[in-house]
Design a protein around this ligand. Structure first.
Ligand code: ADP
Ligand code: ASP
Ligand code: MG
Length: 411
C-alpha cells in the first residue's frame, strides 16, 4: 500500500464531467488499497477570469485582496471533487490551504511555502478518507490568504508529498508527459521517459510551464519521486529523476524551452566609468524588478551600450526608471522592445560535447533569424530573437538537434 499525492490541473477539472472522471480515477487507486491525497487547480480559465474581474477595478489590484479572490477558484474544485468522490462511495473531505494549514510567507501572488501541518490530513487518511486539498494557496503568519504564483498547484502537490513523505507525487495534466519541447508548438516533439531534476529546473525556469519551477525545486530538495502523466490516458508519463544516464548515451540536448514573457531595455551612450552597471541596475533592483539576461558592449568613444531583459509586466516600470537614470548619468538614449522571445536549448549532455552553441547559431542562421542576445550556462544556451520568428526557431532547433520523432510514430 502506497501513499500517493495526485495533482490535477485546470483542464483536467475543467467541467463537472471531468471532475467526475477524476473521481473515478482516484477511486481506482483507492480500490487498489493506496492512500490518496488529491491536489486540484481551479477549473481552466477561472483564475484568468478572476484576475480580469479585479483588473476592471484597478490596473494594479491590492495584492492581499487579489489573493483573497483568486484563491476561490480552487475552493470550488475541491468541494466539487469531494462531492463527486462521496457520490461514488469514496469517503472524502476537502481542505483549503488555510484549513490544512499550509504556512507561507506574506509575499502575495508569489508566496513561498514555509511549512505544512499535516496532522489533519494524516488523521483523515487513517480514517480511510481521500483528502482533497486546494492547490495554489496558503496562509501567512497573520492569517492572510496567500497564493503561490501562476501554476502554483504543482508546488502544493510536491510540498504536500514532501511533508507526508509520500511514495510518489503524480502531476496529471493535458499532455502525457514532459516532451522535448511544447508539443502544441512542435508536432514532432517526443515524450521523454525520464528527465533529470537539473534539466527540468532549467526547462521550467526558461519557460516550459508543464511544471512550475518551485515544484521542481521542492522535489529535488526533498527527493520527492515526481512523475508527469496524462489525466485521462494510460501511459508511463515522464519521471523526473536524480540520476543522469551514462553521459556517452546522453543526447546532447534534452529539450527546448521558450518564453514570450520578457522585454528588452537598452541604454545607449553611457559614459564608460567604473560602477556604471551598478548605477543602471541598482535602481531597477530597488524597484523589485528582476533582470534576466544582460549584455554590455565593448566601449568606443568612452561610451558603452547596456542591454538587459525584464518580465513584460515590469517593462513600463523598467523603462521609466531607466529614463531617469539616463538623465542622471548623461546617457544618450533609452530604447525598449517588447516584441522579443527567448529560446533555450537544455541538456546535461552539453557538458561532454563541444560546439553546441555554434550548432544552435548555425541552425538559426540557416533560417535567417537574427540573434539579439546570448547567454549560456553549463547545461543551457539561450538566445533572444524577434518574437515573430519564435515558432520557426524552435522547430529549426528541434530538427537540428535530432529531436524530431521518427516519421509515422504516434507521438
Ligand atoms: P495544468 O493546467 O494541468 O497545470 P499547464 O497548462 O500548466 O497544465 O501545463 C501543461 C501544458 O504545458 C501543456 O498543455 C503544454 O502545452 C505545455 N508545455 C510546455 N512545454 C512543454 C513540454 N516540454 N512538455 C510538455 N508540455 C509542455
Ligand atoms: N489556478 C492557478 C493558475 O491558473 C494555479 C494552477 O493552476 O496551478 O495559475
Ligand atoms: Mg500548470
Amino acid at each position: 500500500m502506497a501513499l500517493i499525492v495526485q495533482k490535477f490541473g485546470g483542464t483536467s477539472v475543467g467541467s463537472v464531467e471531468r471532475i467526475e472522471q477524476v473521481a473515478a480515477k482516484v477511486k481506482k487507486f483507492r480500490d487498489n488499497g493506496d492512500d490518496i491525497v488529491v491536489v486540484v487547480s481551479a477549473m481552466s480559465g477561472e483564475t484568468n477570469r478572476l484576475i480580469d474581474l479585479a483588473k476592471q477595478i484597478s490596473d494594479q489590484p491590492v495584492p492581499r485582496e487579489l489573493d483573497v479572490m483568486v484563491s476561490t477558484g480552487e475552493q470550488v474544485t475541491i468541494a466539487l471533487l469531494a462531492m463527486a468522490l462521496i457520490k461514488v462511495g469514496v469517503p472524502a473531505v476537502s481542505y483549503t490551504g488555510n484549513q490544512v494549514r499550509i504556512h507561507t510567507d506574506s509575499a502575495h501572488g508569489k508566496a513561498r511555502i514555509l511549512q505544512i501541518d499535516a496532522q489533519n490530513i494524516r488523521r483523515d487518511l487513517e480514517a480511510g478518507r481521500v483528502v482533497v486539498v486546494a492547490g495554489f494557496q496558503g496562509v501567512d503568519e497573520q492569517g492572510n490568504i496567500t497564493t503561490l504564483g501562476r501554476g502554483g498547484s504543482d508546488t502544493t502537490g510536491v510540498a504536500l508529498a514532501a511533508a507526508l513523505k509520500a511514495d510518489e507525487c503524480q502531476i496529471y495534466t493535458d499532455v502525457d508527459g514532459v516532451y522535448t519541447t511544447d508539443p502544441r508548438v512542435v508536432a514532432k516533439a517526443q515524450r521523454l521517459d525520464r528527465i533529470t531534476f537539473e534539466e527540468m529546473l532549467e526547462m521550467a525556469s526558461l519557460g516550459s510551464k508543464v511544471l512550475q519551477i518551485r515544484a521542481v525545486e521542492f522535489a529535488g530538495k526533498y527527493s520527492v519521486p515526481l512523475r508527469v502523466l496524462h489525466s485521462f490516458q494510460e501511459g508511463p508519463g515522464t519521471l523526473i529523476t536524480l540520476d543522469e544516464e551514462d553521459s556517452m548515451e546522453q543526447p546532447i540536448i534534452s529539450g527546448i524551452a521558450f518564453n514570450r514573457d520578457e522585454a528588452k531595455l537598452t541604454i545607449r551612450g553611457v559614459p564608460d566609468t567604473p560602477g556604471v552597471a551598478f548605477k543602471i541596475l541598482g535602481p531597477i533592483s530597488s524597484a523589485n524588478v528582476e533582470v534576466d539576461m544582460i549584455v554590455q558592449n565593448v566601449a568606443h568613444d568612452n561610451t558603452t551600450d547596456f542591454t538587459f531583459t525584464v518580465h513584460r509586466n515590469d517593462y513600463q516600470n523598467g523603462l521609466q526608471i531607466l529614463e531617469s537614470t539616463a538623465r542622471e548619468i548623461g546617457a544618450r538614449e533609452v530604447i525598449g522592445d517588447t516584441d522579443i522571445a527567448k529560446v533555450s536549448i537544455v541538456g546535461v549532455g552539453m557538458r561532454s560535447h563541444a560546439g553546441v552553441a555554434s550548432r544552435m547559431f548555425e541552425a538559426l542562421a540557416k533560417e535567417n533569424i537574427n540573434i539579439q542576445m546570448i547567454s549560456t550556462s553549463e547545461i543551457k544556451v539561450s538566445v533572444v530573437i524577434e518574437e515573430k520568428y519564435l515558432e520557426l526557431a524552435v522547430r529549426a532547433l528541434h530538427t537540428a538537434f535530432e529531436l524530431d520523432a521518427p516519421a509515422g510514430t504516434a507521438e
